[in-house]
Design a protein around this ligand. Structure first.
Ligand code: OXD
Ligand code: MN
Length: 625
């Protein structure tokens, strides 16, 4: 007799008991039993991924009022608490055993103390509620990339969202052997207000116990903090990748369609709210993933899969002109969970949707009217900037057909981009793998955005856009990337992009749609079909090639004047950038590979030489041979 299943028996229906018994992994029984006991759940629901079970989850999300149906069939709205509108960096901590220290840039706490604290907060948090157990697969199923996950949660909204965002895993769990490894997440929304949002946001804990592959999250519902397989399990996957020699990355994946029906796969790392999803979603291209990728070397080739199967996307600025395909999906029947938008008469409204917004309705602050202020006297906006939609990728007509390919797609290019208003040109190609990984990836500078709680617009270094999720010493992460390239016969070509370059008056130099031109240029570069100009920071496009692409893609006459403004090398800004990056690595980072300083110093020297020859602000024309 299995003591854990027997302990759970009073909380299980006969059907749920049978579903649990069909899994023969003792650690599964133990995790569910210990979680239900700690949180004092009244019932435990085991989701077998059957149509009935998934329907039940959807119905419960509505019955408990965690979600409310909207006018279009399949659409619902979920709200998170007023103070729970983004990933919470401060509340997210690594539980680190004594005598171990991760990099200074990482938030950490003694493991024993942290476990005691979070378990104390979780204790009895599910009294009178049902705990749902969901089995999921990260990455395509039956693949070398697959990582299994089990989440216990008392939120039907979380369990429902997982249906849209991940691949079902119950079947795999039930046919797997007793020593099968899996990641675990225990989440409780904690005490709820009458609006069904987490009440005790000041007692929010999101703790990552990497010693036990377990995540604890409590007093939060915001998906980035509560859906354990989004950014939380990602941190555990990074550790696994670190020991096994592959890469887990905060990257979108897309198929870029080149001449004569050619398709070239790119990965792109951008910090949250810096253009990652909108790049992956460019019209005429195909989207394979918008957030997290696993990349492995298979037969000396870099191959990548999307860890997820859906999008938890920022809805702000999704409009019928710039985002045709997703705008259409958001108006079609089919399952979509909107979060933190304004609802009026059963219709969702968001910032930048391209039409007039109502003057009242329900939003993330409850009943809302124009001019409403919060406790601190700040005016509450009609919808939150970080309002989102969750939808399965398969609902998109531009979903890439290789989504479920168990060996992934061959990566030919990688791009890194942040909110760099001063220094880097809009697009450039690195001299080689090391130069790209270091100068564009490890040196990625950006500004904080609304996707995390806290002040917006604060400049920071966000290594490879993954810094929020790194769970190993930062220097080790750079080394892993450098080493990965050495295993490949033809490493992907590395590009740096910058959608946010401004002039001295603070005007953006590009339209958001210009990114399509940069993407097509990269595709041609990967195949050696256009030339480029060598500058101190990388290879940049030639004016004539961009002019052609602007005409083809945007029917726009791209002027030489614009080209010179956008692609001039700003020497001082670039040298200052290098100084900040060097300082960051010296001060905050352990195990930094020597190559980081070497590449940065080389770039500094190249800039200095160019400055002596051409001055501080160098037109691309000067570098033409
Ligand atoms: C996300 C994020 O939701 O990075 O993807 O915040
Ligand atoms: Mn993300």
């Amino acid at each position: 007799m299995n003591p854990y299943i027997e302990a759970l028996r009073p909380k299980l229906s006969k059907a749920d008991y049978d579903k649990l018994c069909a899994i023969s992994i003792p650690k599964v029984h133990e995790f569910i039993a210990k979680s239900a006991d700690l949180c004092n759940a009244e019932h435990v629901f085991i989701c077998s991924d059957s149509v009935e079970d998934k329907d039940y989850i959807r119905q419960q999300a509505i019955a408990t009022k965690e979600e409310t149906p909207l006018n279009i069939s399949g659409h619902t709205i979920h709200y998170d608490g007023y103070y729970d509108q983004g990933r919470d960096r401060k509340a997210t901590k690594y539980l680190v055993p004594k005598r171990i220290f991760l990099s200074k840039a990482l938030n950490q706490i003694d493991r024993q103390e942290g476990l005691a604290e979070v378990k104390g907060v979780l204790r009895d948090s599910m009294t009178g509620r049902t705990m749902i157990a969901r089995f999921l697969s990260l990455g395509p199923t039956d693949s070398v990339f697959t990582i299994l996950g089990l989440q216990c949660t008392d939120s039907w909204y979380v369990a429902h969202s997982e249906d849209l965002l991940y691949r079902s895993g119950y079947k795999i769990f039930s046919k797997s052997g007793s020593d099968t490894q899996f990641l675990r997440v225990l989440h409780s929304a904690g005490k709820l207000t009458e609006n069904m949002v987490s009440a005790e946001h000041d007692k929010k804990c999101i703790y990552i116990d990497y010693m036990d592959n377990t995540i604890y999250s409590v007093n939060t519902q915001y998906a980035g903090n509560s859906i354990g397989f989004k950014k939380l399990a990602f941190r555990l996957a990074i550790r696994k990748a670190n020991t096994e020699g592959w890469l887990a990355e905060h990257m979108m994946l897309m198929g870029v369609h080149g001449p004569n029906g050619r398709k070239t796969y790119f990965a792109g790392a951008f910090p949250s709210a810096c253009g990652k999803t909108s790049t992956a979603m460019l019209p005429g291209e195909t989207i394979l993933g918008d957030d997290i990728a696993y990349i492995r070397e298979i037969d000396s080739v870099a191959r990548a899969v999307n860890v997820e199967a859906g999008i938890f996307g920022i809805i702000k600025d999704v409009n019928p002109i710039d985002d045709v395909s997703i705008f259409k999906v958001l108006h079609n029947t089919g399952e979509i969970i909107f979060s933190n938008v304004l609802v009026k008469d059963g219709k969702p409204y968001w910032l930048g949707m391209g039409s007039e917004l109502p003057k009242e309705g329900i939003n993330f602050s409850g009943k809302w009217y124009e001019g409403k202020k919060d406790e601190a006297g700040n005016e509450i906006s009609v919808a939150h900037k970080n309002a989102r939609y969750a939808v399965t990728l398969k609902a998109l007509e531009n979903c890439d057909p290789e989504l479920e390919n168990p060996i992934g797609v061959e990566l030919k290019g990688i791009m890194y981009g942040g909110r760099d208003i001063k220094a880097y040109v809009p697009v450039q190609q690195s001299f080689d793998w090391e130069h790209g990984i270091i100068s564009y990836g490890a040196a990625l500078e950006t500004e904080t955005t609304f996707a995390t709680i806290g002040k917006e617009g604060v400049p920071e270094i966000n290594m490879m856009s993954i810094q929020d999720f790194i769970s190993i010493p930062l220097g080790k992460n750079v080394r892993n990337n450098l080493d990965f390239g050495k295993k490949l016969q033809n490493p992907p070509v590395v590009f740096g992009v910058n959608y946010f370059l401004q002039d001295k008056q603070g005007n953006y130099l590009n339209d958001p749609k210009d990114k399509h031109v940069w993407i097509k240029w990269m595709e041609l570069r990967v195949h050696g079909e256009v030339d480029a100009i060598k500058t101190p920071t990388g290879y940049i496009p030639k004016y004539e090639d961009l002019r052609k692409l602007f005409k083809q893609l945007r029917d726009k006459d791209y002027s030489k004047e614009d080209y010179i403004k956008q692609f001039s090398i700003r020497v001082t800004e670039n040298m200052d950038k290098i100084k900040r990056v060097r300082q960051f690595y010296k001060k905050n980072v352990t195990y930094t590979p020597e190559a980081v300083f070497w590449e940065l110093n080389q770039q500094y020297e190249r800039l200095l030489n160019a400055k002596e020859k051409y001055g501080d602000y160098i037109s691309p024309e000067e570098f033409k041979e």
